[in-house]
Every structure is written in structure tokens, then in C-alpha cells.
Design a protein around this ligand. Structure first.
Ligand code: OAD
Length: 312
């Protein structure tokens, strides 16, 4: 844990730091979108409890890259549940936009894959999608990229989106190997002799040519931009605010340990985060807290769905 150098005890300390800050890092998670009806991941009503019926050892395995390569239909059976809504954003997103408009936002590191930051007009250069997003999708076989919207229909229909490049070959493979692709067939005991190459082909056939949204699965590296930005931002940052995240997923959760010790760190979250050493934890609904803090700073921000938010 971080050697505590700054000790904030009150919201007033935070307010004055906010007023003077020039390079704020805002680290966000699923909690910034729950007021829009989008579930977070780990709360009792969250996404992981909703996919328990799949019977996976760990519900997080819906985002396991190795499993996706073996059995992409598992992810695509629930992908519709995480498909982002269009053109909505929360007051918290508007709060971040306000920090950007005031020239105070160094970067918003978001773990969210819903891309709602763009609807709030947070500038793209101020954003790092740490876990990627649905903005694009890539073929797991040939790396062909398509705009994410191209696979939305498949996702809604609970079907596998197939890469246009690989489509013909996949059909051919399916015709050849289809009886052996079914899960019930154990390739080792099958009477027909397959070469090692064929066995590999059959094992891979389920994901052959399948398009995967460019969200970072467990077992995949984070986007290069995450590391590039963080390397310089960590030295420029003069205030870190973590909002709506349980900070349970590395390497994003390591940001709190990478920021120099003299930089204050504030948590705005419904539940406490006990494994990190924050200078101040403001516990509650983030939209309300952002409104309150904004008011205390003597600022105000507009939010499209609220008359005018100038206080919580
Ligand atoms: P979690 O579900 O782990 O944590 C969300 C946090 O937000 C919880 O601590 C809640 O208490 C809090 N919260 C919920 N609603 C809130 C509200 N209205 N105001 C304030 N706080 C609220 O979600 P993340 O930390 O974002 O990966 O999870 C990190 C990553 O784990 C995700 O990016 C996802 C997942 O595996 C991928 O999608 C690849």
C-alpha cells in the first residue's frame, strides 16, 4: 500500500484541491453508468450474478479469451446483455466533461466498454478505454477489423458474427468437419484417424473467422494506449479521483500505486474500497456526490436529462 503523504480529512480539502488542480486523472468504472440502468459487474444485482446460470466455474470466464477461442458461443449467448445503449450518458459523465471544459482533465481512464463518454462529448484525446470498447471488432483468425456497429445485429440475435474474409473457408471447414465439431465428440476416441494438424483445426473451428468486439478479455493485453498514456500521465497528475469502481482488476487497479505519493487520491463510490489507501472516500451515489462537489466549488454543469444540475 501507498505511503500516505497527503492526508485529506474533509471534503473542503478536496474542493480546494479540485479548484486548483490542472491535471486530474479520473479513473472510472461501471458505477458511473448504473444510474442509467446499466448493471455494474460485481454488485449483488450486477452482471456477474446475472450470468451465474451459465454454470461457469467463475462468471468472469465469459470474458476469458482462451474460452472464447474454444467456445465463442458462450460469450455470444450473453453479449446482448452488455451491448451499450446509444446516446445516453450520466450526470457523472457530464461532470467529467465539465472538468475537461475547465482545462483540468488530464485524462479519463475508463474501464467501461460502453463508450458513453463519447456521447457526453468528453474529447477522444482525454480518454483512455483501458478495457477497449464495442467501437470496433476484430476477426480472431485473420485480424480483419470492422466497425463495432456491424456486429450489433448478430449480438442482438444471439448469433456468431463471422468475418467476411474468412466466411467461405469457415463454411468449407464446417462442411468437412461439422460432425466432429459437436461438443459430445471426443476427438481422441473417434475411430477416424485425424492428423495432429486436423485435430488442431477442429479444436479451433468453432472460433474460426469469428469476430470479437475489441473489449479486453482476461488473458489479453490492454490496449497499447493505456500504457503509453499512463507512463507520462502518472508524472503530470496532480489529483486522482477514482469513481464507481471496485478496483479489483489489474493492471488498472495498480494506477493507485503508480501515482507519486504526494498526489492526493480520492474515491467516489457507493461501497468502500478497502484495499487501497485513499486520502478521502466519499461514499454514495456518484451523480449526487459530483453534484455536491461541483456546487461546493462554485461551479455548475449542464446535463441533458436534468433541468440544470448545480448541486446534489
Ligand atoms: P465493479 O462492478 O467491480 O465495481 C463497480 C463499483 O461501482 C462497485 O464498487 C459499486 O459499489 C460502485 N457503484 C455502483 N453504482 C454506483 C453509483 N451509482 N455511484 C457510485 N458507485 C457505484 O465494476 P468495475 O470496477 O468497473 O472488465 O469492474 C472492472 C472491470 O471488471 C470491468 O471493466 C470489466 C469487469 O471484468 C471488462 O469488461 C473487460
Amino acid at each position: 500500500s501507498r505511503l500516505r503523504i497527503v492526508t485529506f480529512s474533509t471534503i473542503d480539502n478536496f474542493v480546494s484541491r479540485l479548484q486548483n488542480a490542472k491535471n486530474i486523472i479520473v479513473l472510472t468504472g461501471a458505477g458511473v453508468s448504473t444510474s442509467l440502468g446499466i448493471p455494474d459487474f460485481r454488485s449483488s444485482e450486477g452482471f456477474y450474478s446475472r450470468v451465474k446460470y451459465l454454470g461457469l466455474n467463475d462468471p468472469q470466464d465469459v470474458f476469458n479469451y482462451e474460452l472464447f477461442k474454444k467456445e465463442p458461443s458462450i460469450f455470444y449467448s450473453i453479449a446482448n446483455m452488455i451491448l451499450p445503449p446509444e446516446n445516453v450518458y450520466s450526470p457523472l459523465h457530464s461532470f467529467i466533461k465539465m472538468l475537461s471544459d475547465k482545462g483540468k482533465l488530464l485524462r479519463n481512464y475508463t474501464q467501461n466498454i460502453d463508450n458513453l463518454e463519447s456521447y457526453a462529448h468528453i474529447p477522444a484525446d482525454k480518454l483512455v478505454h483501458c478495457h477497449g470498447s464495442f467501437a470496433s471488432a476484430t476477426c480472431v483468425t485473420c485480424d480483419w477489423k470492422v466497425p463495432g456497429t456491424k456486429i450489433f445485429k448478430n449480438i442482438r440475435n444471439i448469433e456468431l458474427p463471422i468475418c467476411p474474409n474468412c466466411y467461405k473457408e469457415r463454411v468449407k471447414m464446417m462442411e468437412l468437419y461439422n460432425p466432429y465439431v459437436s461438443e459430445s465428440v471426443d476427438l481422441n476416441t473417434n475411430s477416424k484417424k485425424f492428423s495432429a494438424k486436423e485435430v488442431e483445426t477442429i479444436s479451433n473451428i468453432k472460433s474460426f473467422g469469428v469476430l470479437k468486439p475489441d473489449i479486453t478479455f482476461f488473458g489479453e493485453p490492454l490496449p497499447e494506449r493505456f500504457f503509453q498514456c499512463l507512463m507520462t500521465d502518472m508524472h503530470k497528475c496532480d489529483l486522482l479521483i477514482c469513481i464507481g469502481t471496485s478496483l479489483k482488476v489489474a493492471p488498472v487497479s495498480d494506477i493507485v500505486n503508480m501515482i507519486p505519493a504526494q498526489v492526493p487520491q480520492v474515491l467516489i463510490n457507493r461501497d468502500p474500497v478497502r484495499h487501497a489507501d485513499f486520502d478521502l472516500s466519499l461514499l454514495g451515489f456518484c451523480d449526487d456526490i459530483a453534484g455536491l462537489v461541483t456546487k461546493r466549488c462554485g461551479w455548475e454543469f449542464m446535463h441533458k436529462d436534468w433541468e440544470k444540475l448545480s448541486g446534489g
